[in-house]
Design a protein around this ligand. Structure first.
Ligand code: XMP
Length: 546
């Protein structure tokens, strides 16, 4: 299920997901306007949607045709509820189809950048009145670029609607029934290739729907702290600290909510990066004092992972073992019947298929899909509704040090999913050393996750490295060192730019930097004679190898 109404601060906008690859991006864009927004599945009954009292609803795009058999629909009564609605691409076509407009099934596909001609925004800026459809294009240039990706198109707007814009191929590229506050756009305002998209979305949110920009870092913290207080009551809780930004922010929120009633437990599962256990213990030991506890559980994790090849099995094992260790620790602390605070974020929830019907399961994240059925601890996830950049903003708001806030994400199953095939102590040691070289060289060159810009990348938010690390694919190849033949491991270097981890681009790192990394790894890390660079993006790959 979604994050739920208790997390909402200010106005709520719901995006009904018709399966577009951009649905989540719509939610992010709305939140960038400081309005809280959530994705809901199209299977959500109208009564439940209305019960959430959204200030506005956005119908997303999707791959279907309204004429296709089994094409996703929505209850047409939605359009008569007085809720402001914006249909995007398929969302617009569906709206036209259900309200008596004409949708052409078709051949006139448009894909890519197109010039949008705004036909009904000819009033001077500021002179538009609410109730006039052109408010959607208020302060938008008459001719502007937009991004199209559709097969079908709206040929004729439904009765009562006015046409606001066109393109060479789409006679109705935007329409509105301002009286009912129903709007539709054929293009994608949420992508960076629609330069005025941000303004158009803002016009819909503020000028049409009357939303207020109340979703700020303060309100994110307030929502998280309130959620912990409401769930835990006057009970006690334990929080899982991994050293990563998510769990650190979750812990700081829980600490603010519960004070001494929170115990932070750091489990060293033996799958951490070089020097990580020591760094985490030092940082959090100082901040949390007596509420901080470090447990070395590496032996039991490695035993359970022995000989395990399947990536999903590895993830499940690490997830289960984590919960067990926490449960044992909770019992030891007299916390039975208490709560477990976890730093699960919104993309984790969506990627694990947690928003029913929205996404297919690509990988089970250890802190979501890996949860065993029987848990003796109640679960509290104060970051469940936050995107990564929001988690970071909340972290800064909570006063966490920048080096923690700007850390690159590190997966819960740790190095186990960066070693292809069975995990062994030897492979872990090799990978740790190689990974330390990658991190050090990239940070020294100024490309670190704390704001360094990667060359050759463009687009909002895509200009810093999101992650950079080493992978051990477990293959060996022939090399030569001195006069000796070697038969040793290959290390793969992975560095990506990304806004939220949902999609990613391989980073165009300078060749001399890659050269430095490769030669340092081969000359200093034992059992390695070859280094390769991963030049695939997500999709079609994923960021982690498993
Ligand atoms: P993928 O490999 O799916 O990763 O492209 C997307 C982002 O999620 C991180 N990741 C995880 N984080 N538990 C986590 O907390 C996990 O099980 C997990 N698996 C992947 C990954 O590092 C990347 O940032």
């Amino acid at each position: 299920m979604g994050p739920g109404p208790t997390s909402v601060v200010g106005d709520l906008v719901l995006v009904v997901d018709f399966g577009a690859q951009y649905s989540q991006l719509i939610a992010r864009r709305v939140r960038e306007h400081k309005v809280y927004c959530e994705l809901v599945p199209r299977s959500l009954p109208l009564s439940e949607l209305v019960a959430r009292r959204p200030k506005a609803v956005i119908l997303s795009g999707g791959p279907a045709s309204v004429y296709g058999s089994g094409a996703p629909r929505y209850d047409p009564a939605l359009f008569g509820m007085g809720i402001p609605i914006l249909g995007i691409c398929y969302g617009m076509q569906l709206m036209a189809f259900l309200l008596g407009g004409q949708v052409e099934h078709g051949d006139r596909r448009e894909y890519g950048r197109t010039t949008l001609e705004v036909t009904k925004a000819d009033r001077p800026a500021g002179a538009v009145e609410a109730g006039d459809g052109s408010v959607l294009f208020s302060d938008v240039e008459k001719r502007t670029e937009c991004w199209m990706s559709h097969g079908d198109l709206v040929l004729q707007a439904p009765p009562g609607f006015e046409v606001l814009a066109r393109t060479a191929n789409s006679p109705v590229a935007a329409f509105a029934d301002p009286g009912r506050r129903l709007y539709g756009v054929q293009f994608h305002p949420e992508v960076v290739h629609t330069p005025q998209g941000r303004r158009i979305l803002g016009n819909f949110l503020f000028k049409v729907a009357g939303c207020r920009p109340l979703w700020t870092p303060e309100s994110m913290v307030e929502a998280g702290v309130r959620e912990v207080r409401e769930k835990v009551g006057d009970g006690r809780a334990i929080v899982a600290l991994s050293g990563g930004v998510d769990s650190a922010v979750a812990a700081a929120m829980a600490h603010r909510a519960l004070g001494e009633r929170l115990t932070a437990v750091f489990v060293d599962h033996g799958l951490l990066r070089k020097d990580e256990p020591e760094t985490v213990a030092r940082t959090f030991g100082e901040r949390l004092g007596g509420s901080f506890l470090a447990v070395d559980a590496s032996g039991r994790f490695l035993r359970r992972l022995t000989g395990v090849r399947d990536p999903e099995r590895k993830r499940k094992i690490v997830g289960e073992e984590f919960i067990r260790v926490f449960e044992e620790e909770a019992r030891r602390q007299g916390l039975v019947g208490g709560f477990l605070v976890q730093g699960t974020t919104y993309p984790d929830v969506i990627e694990s298929g947690g928003v029913a019907g929205v996404a297919a399961v690509i990988k089970s994240h250890h802190n979501v899909g890996g949860l065993p059925q029987r848990m003796t601890l109640g679960l509290v996830e104060p970051l469940r509704s936050l995107f990564k950049d929001e988690v970071r903003a909340a972290g800064l708001e909570l006063g966490l040090p920048p080096d923690i806030v700007w850390r690159q994400p590190f997966p819960g199953p740790g190095l186990s999913i960066r070693i292809v095939g069975p995990v062994t102590r030897k492979k872990l040691a090799v990978l740790r050393e190689a990974d330390a070289v990658v991190t050090e060289e990239i940070e020294r060159a100024g490309f670190g996750s704390a704001g360094g810009a990667a060359p050759g990348t463009a687009g909002a938010g895509a200009d810093r490295l999101w992650q950079y690390f080493a992978v051990l694919p477990g293959v060996r190849s022939v090399g030569v060192m001195g006069d000796e033949r070697t038969y040793a491991y290959t290390i793969v270097v992975r560095a990506v730019t990304s806004e939220d981890g949902m999609t990613a681009d391989w980073a165009r790192l300078p060749h001399d930097l890659l050269e430095r990394i490769a030669s340092r790894i081969v000359s200093t890390v034992p059992y390695v004679n070859r280094v390769a660079y991963d030049v695939t993006s997500k999709p079609p790959s994923t960021i982690e190898w498993e």
